[in-house]
Design a protein around this ligand. Structure first.
Ligand SMILES: CC(C)(COP(=O)(O)OP(=O)(O)OC[C@H]1O[C@@H](n2cnc3c(N)ncnc32)[C@H](O)[C@@H]1OP(=O)(O)O)[C@@H](O)C(=O)NCCC(=O)NCCS
Length: 185
């Protein structure tokens, strides 16, 4: 029987750096399903490297959504290293409080899309953060994803290509907490 997805059954669980060995395979499994149609892309094939890169950061924070114990999506990130925030070359002057959370990944398995799980994951990960801003990189060839982030309050401030084989990403910034009231140039 087809399983009907309702957000009522979604549980969000928080994880940190020390939990990486426990959740690593779950992240890889969710990614394999979320990107099943795009796994011929070499950048997507590097996902295990990215999981380890982000997961080794002592400030790594991750939220995984479970539907009755089945992992269906996740969001993760880590505090940006001061001076190396993705917004740095795109603002004419740094914000008064430059503390920034780099929102690195968000994905939801196809069956659980359009249910609100993605926004729940984003809210659970980013809203409790102590930093003044969240920043993310999104492929501008995916304008509907970019539009989703705009709905959640992000604005595009520039472009950045972190690796030669990565997309030329749009950089998007979201003021958090007290930072919401700052007038960013
Ligand atoms: C991004 C994501 C979490 C959003 O989930 P959601 O809020 O349930 O929203 P949807 O899946 O309906 O996506 C919104 C729109 O963006 C499009 N979209 C989503 N991911 C896309 C991608 N990787 N490439 C191109 N378009 C994409 C969807 O087709 C949808 O368009 P539609 O409204 O015409 O159907 C989910 O689509 C996903 O996991 N996508 C693959 C991973 C991804 O792209 N993550 C973002 C990296 S910055």
């Amino acid at each position: 029987m087809e399983h009907t997805v309702t957000t009522a059954t979604i549980e969000l669980r928080h994880y940190r750096h020390d939990d990486l060995p426990q959740i690593r395979q779950t992240l890889l499994d969710v990614h394999a399903d979320a990107y099943a149609d795009e796994m011929d892309d070499e950048f997507n094939q590097k996902f295990p490297w990215f999981v380890d890169h982000w997961g080794k950061n002592p400030g790594f924070a991750c939220v995984i959504a479970y539907d009755q114990d089945e992992p269906v999506g996740f969001a993760y990130g880590a505090p940006a290293a001061p001076g190396r925030e993705w917004w740095r070359e795109h603002l004419s002057s740094p914000p008064e409080d430059p503390s920034t959370f780099s929102f690195s990944e968000l994905m939801v398995r196809p069956k659980w899309r359009k249910t609100g799980v993605s926004e729940q994951l984003h809210t659970a990960l980013v809203r409790p953060r102590p930093e003044a801003h969240a920043v993310l990189l999104v492929d501008p060839d995916h304008p509907k994803v970019q539009a989703l982030y705009e709905e959640w309050g992000y604005r595009t401030i520039g472009r950045q290509q972190p690796f030669p084989d990565s997309p030329n990403f749009a950089v998007m910034l979201l003021p958090l907490g007290a930072g919401r009231d700052e007038n960013l140039a």
